[in-house]
Write a protein that binds this ligand. Structure first.
Ligand code: HEM
Length: 400
């Protein structure tokens, strides 16, 4: 068994890639000494087996290690049978059919932002102008956050996401308290509305889990995971899709010529730069995985982002492959906790590429971005400056 000493909160990209490569090379699973010790699972086959084995690998003991929030983030930090009860409350809000109804308004929102960026004709920060606001807007629509609650929702979510990845513990505590205050206001307003309304706050306050109403902590845990999970992850994915198109003119040209490849591009970017690069599980029963015996209480880091680069599953895993359909990836996990927001995430990413192709002739990096930040479970750019050239401008330049 190989032993490493690696700090998943503080390692930089270079160190992480070295550990990723080592974990993928080892014949068995690696043990990391940091944070009291835990298994680092990077091989696709093992990560997939563990997420599907929820009877032996618990999420309720925390999917982050150490856990940043005092109450469980639900439904992600619940095990069966309660997990199923929590998850089913959210399902009516996140179905593919419901999400599709928001396509026209989200498309317009994206088009307006891109057209403004083209008209401005100067380096434009994808993160600030699009990747942060779009997922908040999409989440608010999907979760039925009405105009009365929107400004508070946006402020709470943006602050919370920013400090989760950048702030110190005190900032994080304050931001989470701010978000909780906002959610409590949302619950209070929802209690005055008819119980049939299709919005997150109404559905939570009217839900029955295990035959009873949810406690205050359960309500907050559900609102927290849903709003933060919907936004921080999609923000990272938007940065990456823009990055790949801006860094590779050949990729941009290929997609422009054949837009039927957009869905494949979206999946490849989610695979190659997975926004949730790792989460944890805790062993509930003695189990043997990948040649190692794990005992009850052991922590296990599931490196989704690394599993998505496993050479045993993907040929040339570090390249974007559009010619052939790749085997499925783990960017949204698998098993009972598989992401409920994947329809919304995929829709936003597809619409961005479609609108970019419609209004821009090229996208280029204005400067090389700083390496992605990844000390929390998500990984992404804090700033990504690009130049967009509009189709009209490119045509005018060509004919003048
Ligand atoms: C590109 C964007 C996204 C990525 C990469 C992503 C990734 C993930 C992953 C990896 C998990 C599984 C965790 C596990 O196995 O423990 C998950 C769960 C979850 N995601 Fe997403 N997510 C994204 C967008 C969204 C959106 C838009 C929503 C909006 C509702 C959302 C809500 C959730 C919830 C509520 C769970 C918990 C599901 C459960 O425990 O049953 N996510 N997500």
């Amino acid at each position: 068994m190989s032993v490493i000493d690696f700090d998943h909160h503080h390692a930089d990209e270079v160190e992480k890639e070295a550990v990723r490569d080592q974990s993928l090379r080892e014949t068995d699973i690696v043990w990391n000494e940091a944070y009291g010790g835990y298994w680092v699972v990077a091989r696709f086959e093992h990560v997939a087996a563990i997420v599907r084995d929820h009877k032996r690998f618990s999420s309720a003991a925390g999917v982050n290690h150490p856990s940043p929030v005092a109450i469980p983030a639900l439904p992600i930090e619940a095990d069966e049978p309660m997990h199923r009860e929590y998850r089913k409350v959210l399902i009516p809000l996140v179905t593919a059919e419901r999400v599709a109804t928001f396509e026209p308004s989200l498309r317009q929102y994206i088009a307006d932002i891109l057209e403004r960026a083209i008209a401005d004709d100067r380096p434009w920060d994808v993160v600030d102008a699009l990747a942060l606001p779009l997922p908040v807007r999409a989440a608010a629509a999907m979760l039925g956050i009405g105009p009365d609650d929107f400004d508070d929702f946006e402020r709470a979510v943006v602050t919370m996401n920013a400090v989760t990845v950048q702030g110190n513990e005190e900032d994080q505590r304050r931001a989470i308290e701010g978000a909780f205050a906002m959610f409590k206001l949302g619950f209070a307003r929802a209690r005055t509305r008819p119980s049939t309304e299709l919005d997150l706050f109404s559905m939570l306050v009217n839900a029955r889990v295990d035959g009873r109403a949810m406690t205050d902590d359960e309500l907050l845990g559900m609102a927290l995971t849903t709003s933060s999970g919907a936004t921080s992850t999609t923000t990272e994915a938007i940065g990456f899709i823009f990055y790949h198109l801006a860094a590779s003119p050949a990729l941009f040209a290929r997609i422009s010529i054949d837009p039927s490849l957009i869905d494949r591009l979206v999946e490849e970017v989610l695979r190659i730069d997975s926004p949730v690069w790792r989460l944890f599980r805790t062993v509930l029963e003695p189990v043997s995985i990948g040649g190692v015996d794990m005992k009850v209480g052991d922590k296990v880091m599931l490196a989704f982002g690394w599993a998505n680069h496993d050479e045993q599953r993907y040929v040339h895993p570090d390249q974007i492959e559009l010619d052939e359909k790749r085997p499925t990836h783990l960017a949204f996990s698998a098993g009972v906790h598989r992401c409920v927001g994947l329809h919304s995430a995929r829709l936003q990413l597809r619409l961005i590429v479609e609108e970019l192709l419609r209004c821009a002739d090229s996208v280029q990096l204005a400067s090389p971005p700083a390496p992605p930040r990844s000390h929390f479970s998500t990984r992404g750019f804090d700033e990504l400056k690009v130049w967009l050239t509009g189709r009209d401008r490119a045509l005018a330049d060509a004919t003048s």
